[in-house]
Design a protein around this ligand. Structure first.
Ligand code: BEZ
Length: 216
């Protein structure tokens, strides 16, 4: 495991296997590769007991069932200890009445943060920025989002991205700007001139040969 964690520091690569790791969490040790068969949203926050992070944890907890419905497991992370995570999540329960139902990694040694480029020196060299990594059931990294320390994330956008990724994963299509479930999807561009000509006869909603949509 040391070897895996030491091997590839820096930004992970979309379309490649998400770097595997073993980590201490609020539910004990977990290994990313044990989540095969499920989608994973791995996300980092700067620090426990801070207001924006607290609002985000509440936001993720409120959407937890929506993620579960989509076969998505949430995993949080910061460079705080398990004891700090426990104290903070207990405080969120006490002060806001919200249970935090997902594991939170205590990345004190910054091993996972290093593998995923979660430390962005321009923001801070001691805390992780607000990252989100969406990983498919085969362990492939499908999308990543980086936010600075000062700006909380939209859980609705993360859920929308999960819907979009699951749709493109299952149907081999693409999704246009602001796509949401039920909207038409984009038919992948034709690879040959002949295919461009033929697709106009296939009953898609085409504005032109390169811009065709269809309902799923
Ligand atoms: C916050 O979560 O409130 C926060 C954390 C780090 C920097 C700025 C804000």
């Amino acid at each position: 495991m040391e070897e895996i964690q030491e091997a590839k520091r820096g930004l992970p690569v979309l379309g490649r296997e998400a770097p595997d790791f073993e980590a201490e969490t609020t539910v004990g040790k977990i290994r990313l590769s044990d989540y095969r068969g499920k989608w994973v949203v791995l996300f980092s926050h700067p620090a426990d007991f801070t207001p924006v992070c607290t609002s985000e944890f509440i936001g993720f907890a409120e959407k937890y069932q929506e993620f579960k419905k989509r076969n998505v497991e949430l995993i949080g992370l910061s460079i705080d200890s398990v004891s700090s995570h426990i104290a903070w999540t207990r405080n969120i329960k006490e002060k806001f009445g919200v249970d935090i139902p997902f594991p939170v990694i205590a990345d004190l040694g910054m091993q996972v943060a290093g593998l995923y480029g979660m430390i962005q020196e321009g923001e801070s060299s001691t805390v992780t920025v607000r990252t989100v990594f969406l990983i498919d059931p085969e362990g492939i990294l499908k999308a990543m989002i980086y936010y600075p320390l000062t700006n909380g994330r939209s859980m609705n956008e993360i859920l929308r991205l999960v819907d979009s990724l699951q749709t493109t994963y299952e149907h081999k299509v693409a999704t246009p700007a602001n796509w949401k479930p039920g909207d038409a999807v984009v038919v992948p561009p034709p690879a040959t001139a002949k295919a461009a000509e033929e697709r106009l006869k296939e009953g898609y909603e085409c504005v032109d040969w390169y811009f065709c949509k269809k309902k799923l």
